[in-house]
Ligand binder design. Structure first.
Ligand code: UN1
Length: 500
């Protein structure tokens, strides 16, 4: 595996001047060292990008959808070719372990495959008309330039879910990556441009990158030429983006915070549940929007499950994410560490019993933030309402399943949820209308690691958007209802007579 930034960039064929600009300093969470400096897009540059995107869209929408799929197929192949290198870059830049970096690039490859198939399946319905000699149908048309605002924790996959679909749907794309992870974005854009050259018929500026801080995102959200803004990040970010886009009647796909819970029932396969809980809570150092943050354990098994969990926690290998023996890498930065400590201090004040949470490996990595994942046993009444992007798992016992479900739902967010049970009644209740109120409700699978084939997203303060599989593509297109009269009469709908 490649471990240095220059090895990775040269393997990807990225010219060094792209990472030796002025403006944004990129540090690696692995050791806190500077790995690059990149150029920031100014207001005029962003404006030009939007104008170019519009022109690219006008050409791209005329290309038949299966042909558009061919470009995405080539890009998927390019990702296959560079999977290991891109995964190592993901690890270096955002700190997730290499296995998860590989998993993330695999998600990109999978969504490309999905989008290629989809490019031949952008179906509309044919609808029975109430009038004789008439036919009704729906046609799905491309929308326009799509802005994609992504977060540091899935620096490449989230862009690909959006862009692969947006592109086969006939749109151009503009990507604003997190300012913490511009290098992986530069790498993806570079691989995409190579695929576009191979494809030969893509308009220039079909996919563009704008690097910058929140003001770049704000400029994109305000611009009328962008009919759809897909934004992944905190609820606070979504609260800013949503109203600005809505004010100009643009559309959004919002993927915001989660506060995901697992319920462990008395009949659960405990070994399975433990693995799912540990992966969900400590994997990616607790920095997935789908990370497991709360755990409700039935009182009859609480005294065996919680000690087993503590044992598992104490054996988790924490360290350099490039080293394959480690399961947990660092937090993204000092701010994330401070937020984690603040959340832990608050739960201690509320009587929470804490294990873990302390900073580790400071000798080896004085400028990076590795932590022991934290487990907090909470009093019955308390439900933590906020998402802290760190490995903190709040644990509580429950007596009645309906009460556990109510507590699970009693938070502002609604992304992911899971139940571990072998009782079909409990499983069905959990996935029913009276069960979990989340966009994702799993049985005997943890809260994170969703497959791309399903629609991904959540309710309430998670923002309501859906990306990735199922019919999420419809959000990237506009629907036209066409009524066609092939008779020689002009009957009006609803039986209205209007005789001239
Ligand atoms: C995110 O954390 O923003 O389900 C996305 C999962 C991944 C995606 C997470 N497929 O954990």
């Amino acid at each position: 595996m490649m471990k240095t930034i220059s090895e990775i960039l040269s393997a990807l064929g990225i010219p060094l001047d792209k990472v030796e600009g002025k403006g944004l300093t990129v540090t690696s969470p692995v050791d806190g060292e500077t790995i690059a400096t990149v150029e920031i897009a100014g207001t005029e540059a962003v404006d030009a990008v939007i104008a170019q995107s519009k022109i690219a869209f006008e050409a791209w929408r005329a290309v038949p959808a299966p042909k558009r799929g061919e470009l995405v197929r080539l890009f998927g192949n390019k990702l296959r070719e560079h999977k290991e290198t891109l995964a190592a870059l993901v690890t270096l830049e955002c700190g997730k372990i290499y296995q998860e970096g590989l998993g993330e690039v695999q998600e990109m490859i999978d969504i490309c495959d999905f989008a290629v198939g989809l490019s031949r399946q952008l179906y509309g319905l044919t609808i029975a008309s109430e009038r004789p000699g008439h036919r009704m149908m729906e046609t799905w048309h491309p929308l326009g330039p799509v802005a994609i605002i992504s977060a540091f924790n899935f620096p490449v996959a989230v862009w690909s879910w959006n862009s692969a679909l947006a592109l086969v749907c006939g749109n151009s794309v503009i990507w604003k990556p997190s300012e913490k992870t511009p290098l992986t974005a530069i790498a993806c854009q570079h691989l995409f441009e190579q695929s576009a050259i191979e494809f030969g018929e893509a308009p220039e500026y079909l996919s563009q990158l704008v690097i910058g801080t929140a003001d770049v995102g704000e400029q994109l959200t305000k611009d009328k030429r962008i009919p759809l803004v897909s934004a992944t990040g905190s609820t606070a970010m979504g609260r800013k983006v949503g109203p600005v886009v809505a004010e100009r009647f643009g559309r959004t796909i919002l993927e915001l915070g989660g506060n995901n819970a697992i319920i462990v029932c008395p009949s659960a396969d405990i070994d399975m549940a433990l693995r799912a809980i540990v992966f969900g809570a400590v994997g990616t150092c607790g920095q997935r929007c789908t990370s497991t943050r709360r755990l409700y354990v039935h009182e009859s098994i609480y005294d065996s499950v919680v000690p087993a969990l503590k044992r598992a926690y104490s054996s988790v290998a924490i360290g350099n994410p490039l080293d394959e023996k480690h399961l947990v890498g660092p937090l993204i930065d000092e701010q994330a560490y401070t937020q984690m400590q603040n959340a832990l201090a608050l739960s201690a004040q509320q009587g929470g019993k804490l294990v873990g949470g302390e900073r580790v490996l400071t000798d080896q990595f004085p400028h990076a933030f590795y932590v022991q994942p934290a487990l907090v046993e909470l009093a019955d009444a308390a439900t933590v309402q906020t998402e802290t992007f760190a490995p903190i798992l709040y644990v509580q016992p429950y007596t009645e399943l309906t009460d556990a479900i109510a507590r699970q739902n009693d938070v502002p967010q609604g992304l992911s949820s899971a139940i571990f049970t072998t009782d079909v009644r409990e499983a069905e209740l959990f996935t029913s209308a009276m069960g979990s109120d989340c966009g994702i409700a799993n049985v005997n699978i943890g809260t994170s690691g969703a497959e791309i084939g399903g629609a991904f997203g959540g309710e309430k303060e998670t923002g309501g958007g859906r990306e990735s599989g199922s019919d999420a593509w419809k959000a990237y297109m506009r629907r036209a209802t066409n009524t066609i009269n092939y008779s020689r009469e002009l009957p009006l709908a609803q039986g209205i007579e209007f005789n001239l």
